[in-house]
Each structure stands twice: as structure tokens, then as C-alpha cells.
Design a protein around this ligand. Structure first.
Ligand code: ZN
Length: 414
């Protein structure tokens, strides 16, 4: 998948998903350019045949074929001969890291450009003419390609995984997420059947999740128990957990698993930047979506540059994060989550013999308190250990009372 030119749309995305189909049963969808989604619309489909700059000696000084980061993403077609001064208006570099090619895009403003190392930029002759050739297409009748895979479980409550497919040749920030999600699907498929339903989507960042939410946001709001955005999973950095916007089931499970596994991690509160969690956690949806990364996007030096290569990432680092995700899934499968059959005010416990003449009350003086906690926390996002944590009460007591409340049909397993 490394050499493919991925973007919001285009053949590189199609080929990427076809390769991932070797690991996961991905259904590939095509959404027409121009499709409205909330305040946005699906952009024209962008494809590139060739793009290069030639100097007056006929040497290609940058070539999209050598590194697809050289071409500004969504560059419009262009042919022409330019002076240095004219050309430099279309050149982008990263002076703070003079050896790397930066990754830049111009999705929603029509322009063309090339990215190169600042070192190379400084070496360009200022007196000669340059020939620019960009053979690209922006098709308003094209499509946005995305993929989805589903592992149905006993429960229709869903665990959701989302990753983006819109970056060209970078390893930590794109390959690790796309591939990690396919491997996770594969591992779960081979370890099934499961209680929960597992949904996986591979979409271009931002416009893909906005489109998906415009179609399925209400469904996700009803069904999603936990969600994750997979990205930046394979670099040498410390594990980072970015929490969801609210105190969600997802966050509680992550915290518990990290504690059980003695993970040394960085914890970040939600902020409305970054990847597709920006959309999933927008106020209309406020979905329980968190991220487990190694170095967080924007925080590693190779981020969005040509230094994010296959050499920058490693299989052991990648596998460690994948195993964490699998451990989290096992924990979610192991500990049932409860909903209430009587969520509007307290149920009348006395008529069910649960209050306060219960024989067990003397044996467990906390019995009534614990029962109140369970009935209150049975909102579809708490399992027994989380109820014990929140209430500060004994886990065994909580579990015993849960069994009684299940028998009385006051609560149910999600
Ligand atoms: Zn990125």
C-alpha cells in the first residue's frame, strides 16, 4: 500500500481498499462527488497521472513518481514554463526541518503546488526557467471511495472502529491505522462469535466521517457502546490515550485495561482538533469515541513529512498497540453492561420484596445503597467493575445484587 497515491478520493484509495480486502471482508462503497452532507459536500474525484518540474538542463528536479508527497494534494492540472520567482509561489517547504518533504493539501481551494525539502529549495537556481507539468484530473462526476466491514454479534450494541485512508505515502500516520484496523477485524473474526457487534469503516478523513454521520449518525448514536479512531499506532513513542468528549464507557475500559497491564501512558483530554473524533464527538452526536495511539498525531517530528517512512515504524510497537485493542475487546466481552427496564425514577422496590425487609440486609449493610447505585448506573454504559468504582462499593456485593435485579427483570444485559 506504501506507494499508492491516496487522497480524499481517487484510484489510490480504491487500490488500497482492494489490498486490505486480503485481510478483512471490506465492502467498498462509492459516494458521488457533490453529495451534500451537513454543511459540506463530497469533492470532485482527484487522480494524478504525472507531475514533475524540469530545470533548463532537462533534469527532473521533483517527480511525483519518486515521492507522491512532492505534489500538493488536490493540485489542479497545469503545464507551463515559469521563472524562479513565478515558480516559488507554488513551492512549499518546512524550514524547521530542512531535509524533509512536507505533506500539504489544498482540498477546497483550487491551486497547484509542489512540496520539497527546504535544502533543495535553497539550492534552486534563481536565474533559470522551469517547466512544470501536472497531469491531474478533478472530476465533478467522480466518487469518494470508502469501505465498511461488519462482524454481527448476539447484541445489536456496537463497538465501532474508524480509520482514514486519505494520506499518501506515510507510515505511522496512515498505514498503521488502515492496516491495524484490518488486522483487528481479522483477529476478531477468527476469535468469534462475540456478544457485541463490531463495525469497521475506512474513510477519507473529515469529509468521510461527516458523510458517514450524515447517513448513519442517528443509528450510531443509538447503537454505539464504544468507538475508536485508529491512527499513529506503530512509532517508537509512548502510548497516548486521547479521551472521548464525555465520561464514556470507552474511557472507563481503556483506563482499567491500562491499569491491569501496567501501561505507562500519556493521557490527553478531548480537544476538538485532530482526526475524525472531531466529527464523532461533535455536539449533535457526542459519541463515545477515544483514541489509543503511540505518539499522538502532530506531536512527532516525522508527522506529515517524508520522514514518516516504513523505517520510522516497527512491528513490535505496532503489535503492542494491536494487542492492547484486543485486550480491550476481551474486557468488553467479559464484563456485561447493563440497561434499566425502569429508568424513569426509582422502581418501587418494596412491592418486589427488595426493600427494606430483605433478609440479606443485615449480612450486607450496604445492600440498599449498592442497589440504588446499580439502578442509577444501569444507563447502558456501566459494567459491574465500573459500578463498583463509581460507587466505591464492593464488587462482589455489586455482582450479587445485579443477579437479583436481573431476576426481578429490573435491569438487562445490553
Ligand atoms: Zn494526518
Amino acid at each position: 500500500m506504501w506507494p499508492l497515491n491516496r487522497s480524499l478520493t481517487g484510484n489510490g484509495n480504491r487500490k488500497t481498499l482492494e489490498i486490505l480486502q486480503e485481510l478483512a471482508d471490506i465492502q467498498i462503497h462509492e459516494t458521488p462527488s457533490g453529495t451534500p452532507c451537513f454543511d459540506w459536500e463530497v469533492p470532485p474525484e482527484w487522480n494524478v497521472n504525472e507531475a514533475w518540474i524540469v530545470n533548463s538542463q532537462g533534469e527532473k528536479i521533483v517527480d511525483f513518481k519518486v515521492n507522491n508527497l512532492h505534489l500538493l494534494g488536490y493540485s489542479i492540472p497545469f503545464q507551463g514554463e515559469l521563472s524562479y520567482d513565478e515558480l516559488k509561489e507554488h513551492l512549499y517547504t518546512k524550514p524547521s526541518q530542512p531535509d524533509v518533504i512536507p505533506y500539504l493539501t489544498s482540498y477546497y481551494a483550487e491551486r497547484w503546488g509542489f512540496c520539497m525539502s527546504h535544502k533543495q529549495f535553497l539550492s534552486l537556481s534563481q536565474t533559470e526557467k522551469y517547466t512544470v507539468h501536472i497531469d491531474s484530473t478533478l472530476n465533478p462526476k467522480g466518487h469518494m471511495t470508502w469501505g465498511e466491514a461488519l462482524l454481527p454479534g448476539t447484541s445489536n450494541k456496537e463497538i465501532f472502529f474508524s480509520t482514514y485512508i486519505c494520506h499518501p505515502s506515510m507510515a505511522n500516520d496512515v498505514l498503521s491505522g488502515m492496516l491495524g484496523q484490518a488486522l483487528l477485524y481479522n483477529a476478531l473474526k477468527n476469535s468469534g462469535p462475540h456478544h457485541f457487534t463490531y463495525r469497521f469503516i475506512w474513510i477519507p478523513e473529515t469529509i468521510g466521517s461527516i458523510y458517514y454521520l450524515s447517513k448513519y449518525g442517528d443509528f450510531l448514536t443509538e447503537k454505539m457502546l464504544a468507538g475508536f479512531v485508529l491512527t499513529c499506532m506503530a512509532d517508537p513513542g509512548k502510548i497516548t490515550w486521547k479521551m472521548s468528549r464525555k465520561d464514556a464507557y470507552t474511557d472507563r475500559i481503556i483506563q482499567r485495561v491500562f491499569k491491569q497491564q501496567n501501561i505507562d501512558y500519556i493521557q490527553e483530554n478531548f480537544f476538538p482538533g485532530g482526526s475524525d473524533e472531531r466529527q464523532y464527538c461533535s455536539p449533535a452526536f457526542d459519541l463515545p469515541v477515544s483514541l489509543i495511539m503511540r505518539s499522538r498525531y502532530e506531536k512527532f517530528a516525522a508527522y506529515h513529512t517524508s520522514a514518516d517512512t516504513l523505517d520510522y515504524i516497527s512491528i513490535p510497537h505496532f503489535v503492542e498497540v494491536l494487542e492492547l485493542y484486543l485486550t480491550i475487546v476481551r474486557e468488553m466481552e467479559r464484563e456485561p453492561v447493563y440497561g434499566s427496564n425502569n429508568p424513569a425514577c426509582e422502581p418501587k422496590l418494596g412491592k418486589r420484596g427488595l426493600y427494606p425487609t430483605l433478609g440479606a440486609q443485615e449480612k450486607y449493610p450496604d445492600y440498599i445503597d449498592a442497589m440504588m447505585w446499580i439502578l442509577n448506573l444501569a444507563d447502558g454504559t456501566y459494567d459491574a467493575p465500573a459500578m463498583a468504582d463509581k460507587s466505591g462499593m464492593d464488587l462482589e456485593l455489586i455482582k450479587n445484587i445485579i443477579q437479583n435485579l436481573l431476576k426481578e427483570n429490573l435491569i438487562y444485559r445490553m
